[in-house]
Design a protein around this ligand. Structure first.
Ligand SMILES: NC(=O)c1ccc[n+]([C@@H]2O[C@H](COP(=O)([O-])OP(=O)(O)OC[C@H]3O[C@@H](n4cnc5c(N)ncnc54)[C@H](OP(=O)(O)O)[C@@H]3O)[C@@H](O)[C@H]2O)c1
Length: 366
């Protein structure tokens, strides 16, 4: 290839809800089945296994002047269908990846639950000729940076608080736990199951300076701490009414773990964690997946960064992420100019009123 070849990536995603499934079928396929009742609609999509390229980034320009190009390919299934039919959904992710390869992609990123099925990217990587990543390393990096910056802005010392991590021992939850434990934080882990892995993990922690308690129950955990990082694969598990005043939730999950409501509480802050922005050198305004101008999920940011770097390797695959790679991809992404601190709540800028009311409440509580 010529030195100035623009390299391409593919990003594999799925519909995040039945509403999105209906919209996708109507908009991209003009298919009257979009009007079917929910159960019949989902069964129809399951039978058909539709995949469609739905979005093109034709020119992402990094602050170093490097350019890449990519397309998002959407599988018309919902997250619960992905988790219920894991073998089939993995096959569809492989098929979508091959469509991306046929278009010219050399790097494949797996979005949301596409990164969970198939042994967290392993089976897809085994069946593709191009490089595959879940993008979870940059997601962890972005979440930690965002956690630290929001704490600074709230003038809160997180070492004085219990930090709740929901979604343990998932790929993201596990890496966050290791990093925050090493930094000396007091952690409350929510793990649905008491597994041998959990026991082994807790035994391996003796070298760190943090403290860890484990619970199986989300509701009791978020009564123990006001700073919460959540990354489950279920989504929609936290009702805002369950939160203590002054709670700050870093909601990494896709679909979101915190349930949206129009009359959102002002005394709690729900941060769209893992959300980053394209480098400012990218002048064109992309509106990806209903997000703000040039906002993207960090798993997509990792896919772009690896493409800009021509790093054709399995970067983040499997449950246990390499913490050195988390730091490395963060450095590389920052070097290309991706933006990590343009904070959002439910895809909108955080209001001063929301920020100040949360700040007052968390300081009052300590
Ligand atoms: N914001 C971003 O840019 C971004 C980027 C990448 C991924 N994500 C999202 O991050 C989330 C986690 O991804 P991952 O790769 O870490 O997934 P994962 O490895 O499957 O981990 C998910 C964890 O959540 C736990 N869990 C599921 N439902 C739960 C519930 N109701 N209560 C408590 N724990 C529950 C699972 O428990 P079990 O072990 O018992 O099954 C598992 O340990 C997903 O929603 C993904 O889409 C976001």
């Amino acid at each position: 290839m010529a030195a100035d070849t623009i390299h391409k990536f593919g990003f594999i995603v799925h519909c995040r809800s039945t509403k999105e499934l209906r919209l996708a079928l109507g908009f991209y396929k003009q298919n009257p089945a979009a009007l079917l009742p929910e159960k019949a609609l989902k069964q129809y999509c399951l039978n058909k296994g539709f995949i469609k390229d739905i979005f093109t980034f034709d020119k992402v320009i990094s602050d170093k002047g490097v350019v890449c190009q990519g397309k998002a390919f959407c599988i018309f299934l919902t997250p619960d269908q992905f988790l219920e039919h894991q073998t089939y959904s993995t096959e569809l992710v492989v098929k979508a990846s091959k469509m991306a390869e046929a278009w010219g992609a050399e790097m494949i990123g797996l979005g949301a639950i596409c990164a969970v099925v198939g042994a967290r990217g392993v089976e897809v990587a085994d069946n593709c000729t191009s490089a595959v990543t879940t993008g979870n390393s940059l997601t962890v990096y972005a979440s930690v940076i965002q956690f630290e910056k929001i704490m600074q802005r709230l003038a809160v010392d997180p070492l004085k608080h219990k930090i709740v991590i929901i979604g343990f021992p998932g790929s993201i939850g596990l890496a966050l736990t290791k990093i925050l434990y090493q930094k000396g934080h007091k952690l409350v882990l929510v793990s649905r199951q008491k597994t041998a892995f959990l026991k082994k993990f807790l035994e391996s922690l003796s070298a760190g300076s943090g403290e860890i308690e484990v619970t199986q129950d989300v509701e009791s955990a978020i009564q123990k701490g006001r700073i919460i990082l959540t990354a489950t694969s279920s989504g929609q598990i936290i009702d805002q009414d369950m939160l203590l005043p002054g709670s700050v939730v870093f909601d990494i999950a896709q679909p979101k773990d915190v349930i949206y409501r129009r009359d959102a509480r002002k005394d709690v802050l729900i941060v769209d964690a893992g959300l980053i922005s394209l480098p400012r050198s990218t002048k064109k305004r992309y509106r990806y997946s209903g997000l703000g101008p040039n906002d993207i999920p960090s798993c997509l940011g990792e896919t772009m960064t690896l493409t800009l770097e021509k790093r054709w390797e399995r970067f983040s695959i499997g449950r246990e992420l390499d913490l050195d790679k988390v730091q490395e991809i963060g450095r590389l992404s920052e070097g290309h100019g991706f933006v990590f601190d343009d904070f959002r709540t439910f895809q909108k800028p955080i209001s001063t009123e929301n920020f100040e009311a949360t700040k007052k409440a968390i300081h009052k509580a300590v």
